[in-house]
Design a protein around this ligand. Structure first.
Ligand code: AMP
Ligand code: GLY
Length: 414
């Protein structure tokens, strides 16, 4: 099978690594890739926003399957275009990706199909939203830009002044361009946050092993929110009772919604939840894998991942079954000083061991030297027969890489 992988982060390097183990893989390309992915696949220099360019390349290179890591190409209709050209994609069409691409759409879908979520209101104009906040609102509330805002479009506000400033930034100043023209204002949920991932063809939903993600920059959950500073799997505090409840109250209703709305969803469905005192409530849907959860989930899959993804893209997931290793996996993210705010790119990275022992997230080549090229630079991923050994192995890797001002959390898994 000839495969084209889209994306350039740690999530995509992890996918590339797992796909490379497949006996079914023939030619392997990546757009745009990174030095880690480049070690496994041929990197092709096309922009991820150039859907026509991607499809033309896929046609010329006789690609059998496109695997899409990030959400933007899916929301922009990559899969729709590929299917018109008889190329299969692991990743939903626009009609499915809109669950991530429009928070208003997602909320309305949840209400229509009885999926538990926070109470909310939607606003299409600044004046309407302003009028709402001038009345008696009980704070805190969560304000969300409707569209894609690179994970930055959600804020929890505690008072009227902050709410007005936020809607002004989103709806008048347009800091997220069109993505913030419409907003959702929803109740703030209290509880533990968790994410669940499913490989699906829209009819069969195969749950992936639960993973714990650490979002704050510093130890003890201090510091700013980040894309994720570490993870481990399996996340054992998720009980069978909770899994059953999520299946019955959420997954069955999503499946029903897909059937009734004729949504042909093939790829990953990521469900972000808050475990409240009233049970699990959905805070978001994503049409992609989580990062850095993917880094600890994929190494624990015994199956051929390419076969699983191809079956989902074909709409024939029913006959598949995921077999899990009896191990644990851990991931420690090596970040660049300043992240998630400003940080330097182009810092030389010194490795005491083979650079490809690491998952590359934000790296690039400067001539033959690997340098930093992002806030989250490398992922130290290890597996072991216990959580403790997996974590020790990941931290051993963390000590063997050096660049100016690097930092990482020392409490992953504690
Ligand atoms: P989202 O992009 O919708 O996942 O929001 C980003 C983050 O904001 C989530 O991961 C949560 O930590 C937080 N969040 C979103 N919605 C809510 C909510 N209704 N109540 C509390 N926290 C929320
Ligand atoms: N780790 C959370 C995310 O990928 O959105």
């Amino acid at each position: 099978m000839n495969v084209l992988l889209l994306g350039s982060g740690g999530r995509e390097h992890s996918i590339a690594k797992k796909i490379s183990e497949s006996k079914k893989l023939k030619k392997f390309y990546a757009i745009p890739g990174n030095p880690g992915i480049n070690n496994l696949a041929e990197n092709i220099d096309i922009s991820l926003s150039d859907i026509t360019g991607i499809i033309n390349f896929a046609k010329e290179s006789k690609i059998d399957l496109i695997i899409c890591g990030p959400e933007n190409p899916l929301v922009a209709g990559l899969t729709d275009e590929a299917l018109k050209n008889n190329i299969l994609v692991f990743g939903p069409k626009k009609e499915g990706a809109i669950l991530e691409g429009s928070k208003i759409y997602a909320k309305k879908f949840m209400v229509k199909y009885n999926i538990p979520t926070a109470d909310f209101r939607c606003f299409n104009s600044y004046n309407e939203a302003k009028k709402y906040f001038e009345k008696k609102v009980i704070f805190p509330v969560v304000i969300k830009a409707d569209g894609l805002a690179s994970g930055k479009g959600v804020v929890i506000v505690n008072n009227k002044a902050d709410a007005l400033e936020t809607i002004n930034k989103y709806m008048n100043k347009k800091i997220f361009q069109d993505a913030g023209e419409r907003i959702v204002v929803e109740d703030c949920l209290i509880g533990e946050e968790m994410s669940f991932f499913y490989i699906t063809d829209g009819k069969t939903f195969l749950p992936l092993i639960p993973a714990k993600d650490y979002k704050r920059a510093l130890d003890n959950d201090m510091g700013e929110n980040t894309g994720g500073m570490g993870s481990y799997a399996p996340h054992l505090s998720i009980t069978e009772k909770l899994k059953k409840q999520i299946h019955e109250e959420i997954v069955i209703n999503i499946k029903n919604g897909f059937r009734i709305e004729n949504i042909d969803y093939r790829g990953i469905l990521y469900i972000g939840l808050m475990l409240t005192d009233d049970g699990p409530k959905v805070i978001e849907f994503n049409c992609r894998f989580g990062d850095p959860e993917t880094q600890v989930i994929l190494p624990l899959i015994e199956n051929d991942l390419l076969e699983l993804m191809y079956s989902a893209a074909l709409g024939k997931l029913e006959s598949q079954h995921i077999k899990w290793k009896n191990d644990y996996a851990a991931c420690v993210v090596i970040a660049s000083g300043g992240y998630p705010a400003e940080f330097k790119n182009g810092l030389k990275i010194k490795f005491d061991i083979d650079p490809y022992e690491y998952i590359h997230a934000g790296t690039a080549f400067n001539k033959k030297q690997i340098v930093t090229n992002g806030g989250r630079v490398l992922n130290c991923v290890a597996i072991g027969p216990s959580k403790k050994t997996a974590l020790e192995n990941a931290y051993t890797l963390a000590k063997k890489v050096h660049f100016d001002n690097l930092y990482y959390r020392t409490d992953i898994g504690k």
